[in-house]
Design a protein around this ligand. Structure first.
Ligand SMILES: CC(C)(COP(=O)(O)OP(=O)(O)OC[C@H]1O[C@@H](n2cnc3c(N)ncnc32)[C@H](O)[C@@H]1OP(=O)(O)O)[C@@H](O)C(=O)NCCC(=O)NCCS
Length: 147
């Protein structure tokens, strides 16, 4: 089995959309992903490529004073094999190289698996955004300090 984390290309958008739908039941959509890849100078998107197929992805915004994880998943069949940790470590290292002071993200308050993964990598709950999601679940904003 060959795997790598590589930069997301325009040709990967359909596979990412399918993956997002499977995992989140919704997607950022083609236009948004396309503009992220082509127009947003702060956007950094990477896919988990296993045997030349997209099996996960992470999207980041890295500006001079802050970084944010916008989206992140690993396909169900490949979860719990360490790929999520590998992708997150990759993203953290990229942010460290970019010299941003911290990384933030939003996570559903009941997403205990993701929360536990983020805690493993030093993210701490900073505050809560009440009824943030369409189904009114709260979001926890988690931040990892890099300096
Ligand atoms: C979060 C996600 C990306 C993790 O990917 P993964 O490839 O399964 O991650 P790994 O195999 O590297 O690590 C699994 C970690 O998740 C956590 N975890 C896994 N199963 C868990 C469980 N039943 N309860 C609590 N934590 C659990 C642990 O921290 C575990 O690390 P450990 O094995 O060292 O204890 C994946 O579960 C996913 O795509 N979930 C759905 C989408 C999602 O929630 N994205 C994040 C949005 S903010």
């Amino acid at each position: 089995m060959k795997y790598q984390i590589r930069e997301m290309k325009i040709a990967d958008i359909p596979a990412v959309i399918e993956g997002e739908k499977r995992i989140f039941k919704e997607t950022l959509g083609y236009d948004m992903l396309y503009s992220e890849l082509t127009l947003n100078p702060y956007a950094y998107y990477f896919v988990l490529d296993i045997n030349h197929q997209v099996k996960g992805y992470i999207g980041l915004w890295i500006e001079s004073e802050r970084a944010e994880i916008v989206n992140f998943y690993v396909d169900k069949e490949y979860q719990n094999h360490g790929y999520g940790s590998m992708i997150l470590e990759f993203a953290i290292n990229l942010c460290k190289m970019s010299k941003v002071p911290n990384i933030s993200l939003e996570v559903r308050e009941h997403n205990l698996i993701a929360i536990s993964l983020y805690e493993k990598y030093g993210f701490k709950v900073a505050y809560r955004r009440e009824k943030y999601y369409k189904d009114l679940e709260d979001a926890l904003v988690m931040i990892k300090e890099l300096r």
